[in-house]
Design a protein around this ligand. Structure first.
Ligand code: NDP
Length: 326
C-alpha cells in the first residue's frame, strides 16, 4: 500500500510517499480501505514538521479519512460499511489517513452520513466538523440570528469557509474576516454578508471596544481572539478553536466580567462520540452539498506534500481533498 510516511533522524525531518507493508499497520480492531483523506492545518504542521504534531516515528499523517471497512473485530463495524474518522490522535500518535489503508479502533469510527459521499465527507473533514462544533457552541449559549452580526475569522481557510456557509444557511448575518481581499467574491458566494480586513483585528487592541458581534467563531487566536472578545456584545459568545495567528491570548478579563461574554473552547480531537454524531447530523442538515463543491479542490497523495507548505503560508482556499489512490 502507498502512504505518506514521515520520519525523523538526528536533525533531518522527511515526508515522502512510500510503499508500506500492510503488516506494519498499527494495532486496531478495524481495517479500512481509505477512499479519501484531506489536508487540515494540523496535517500540514505534521508533514512540514513546523510544529511537533507527530509524537511517534515513523508516522503516517492524516487526522481524517473516509473509506470502507475491509475487516473488523469490532461489534459496531462490519465489512462493507462506509465510515468516517476524525481525530482521536490519528495522524499524531497512531498511523493516519494519508494512506491507502488504515487500521484503527472501531470506537473511533462513525458511519458516513447518508447525505455525503466519502469525497464530500473529506471536503468537510476535521475543519468542517470543528466549524460545526463552534456553531453548536454558539447555539448552546443562546446566540440566535436576530441578535445581529456574527464574526468568522480565518474565513477563507477550511474552518472559516464551513463556518461562514453553515451560519449563513442558518440565517445569521456573517461578517467574514480575511487577509485575502481577492477572496471577497468567494466568501460572499458562501453566504457572507460582509467582509473585514483581518488587519482590523490582528493588532493589539483595547480591553473593551465598541460592541458589535452577537457571537464569533475564531480560528486564529492571539490578538484576533482578544479583539473578538473585546468587541462582542453584552451576553455574546466567542467559540475559539484555532491558532493560525498564534496560540497566545493577550486579553483582559473585561469582556467577561463587564459584558458577560462567554469564551467557549472547542476541541475536535477528543470530542465525545455523541457530540460528534450530533455535529455530523447537523452538517448533513445545514451544509449544502453544492456549497461543499465550491469550497474544495482535489489533489493526489504526492501533491499533499508541497500543498502542506502552501497551507501554512495561508495560500490555500477552503478545503483540500486528497485522493489517496491517485
Ligand atoms: P487553514 O489553513 O485552512 O485556514 C487558516 C486561515 O487562518 C487562513 O486561511 C487565513 O485566513 C487565516 N490566517 C492564517 N495565518 C494568519 C495570521 N498570521 N493571522 C491571521 N489570520 C491568519 O486552517 P484550518 O481552517 O484547517 O484551521 C484553522 C485553525 O483551526 C488552525 O489553527 C487549526 O489548527 C485549528 N483547528 C483546531 C481544531 C480543534 O479541534 N480545536 C480542529 C481544526 C482546526 P484568511 O486568508 O481568510 O485570512
Amino acid at each position: 500500500m502507498k502512504a505518506i510516511l514521515i520520519d525523523k533522524d538526528d536533525d533531518a525531518y522527511r515526508a515522502e510517499v512510500s510503499d508500506v507493508d500492510e503488516g506494519d499497520l498499527p494495532e486496531g480492531d478495524v481495517t479500512v480501505r481509505v477512499a479519501y483523506s484531506t489536508l487540515n492545518y494540523k496535517d500540514s504542521l505534521a508533514i512540514t514538521g513546523a510544529s511537533p504534531v507527530v509524537r511517534k516515528f515513523p508516522m503516517v499523517p492524516g487526522i481524517d479519512l473516509a473509506g470502507t471497512v475491509e475487516s473488523s473485530d469490532h461489534p459496531g463495524c462490519k465489512p462493507g460499511d462506509t465510515v468516517v474518522l476524525n481525530g482521536w490522535g490519528v495522524g499524531e500518535v497512531h498511523w493516519g489517513g494519508l494512506a491507502q489503508k488504515a487500521r484503527l479502533k472501531g470506537d473511533w469510527l462513525i458511519p458516513l452520513p447518508a447525505a455525503f459521499t466519502p469525497r464530500q465527507a473529506m471536503a468537510i473533514g476535521t475543519a468542517g466538523y470543528t466549524a460545526m462544533l463552534c456553531v453548536l457552541a454558539l447555539e448552546d449559549h443562546g446566540v440566535t440570528p436576530d441578535q445581529g452580526e456574527v464574526l468568522v475569522t480565518g474565513a477563507a481557510g477550511g474552518v472559516g469557509s464551513v463556518a461562514v456557509a453553515v451560519l449563513a444557511k442558518l440565517g445569521y448575518t456573517v461578517i467574514a474576516s480575511t487577509g485575502r481581499a481577492a477572496e471577497e467574491d468567494y466568501l460572499k458566494g458562501l453566504g457572507a454578508a460582509g467582509i473585514i480586513d483581518r488587519a482590523e483585528l490582528s493588532e493589539k487592541g483595547r480591553p473593551l471596544g465598541k460592541e458589535r458581534w452577537a457571537g464569533a467563531v475564531d480560528a486564529v487566536g492571539s490578538h484576533t481572539l482578544a479583539n473578538a472578545c473585546a468587541t462582542t456584545k453584552y451576553g455574546g459568545t466567542v467559540a475559539a478553536c484555532g491558532l493560525a495567528q498564534g496560540f497566545d491570548l493577550p486579553a483582559t478579563v473585561m469582556p467577561f466580567i463587564l459584558r458577560g461574554v462567554t469564551l467557549a473552547g472547542v476541541d475536535s480531537v477528543y470530542c465525545p462520540r455523541p457530540r460528534r454524531l450530533r455535529a455530523w447530523e447537523r452538517l448533513a442538515a445545514d451544509l449544502d452539498p453544492a456549497v461543499i463543491e465550491r469550497m474544495m479542490h482535489e489533489i493526489t497523495l504526492a501533491e499533499a506534500i508541497p500543498a502542506a507548505a502552501d497551507q501554512l503560508a495561508g495560500k490555500v482556499r477552503g478545503r483540500v481533498v486528497v485522493d489517496v489512490n491517485r
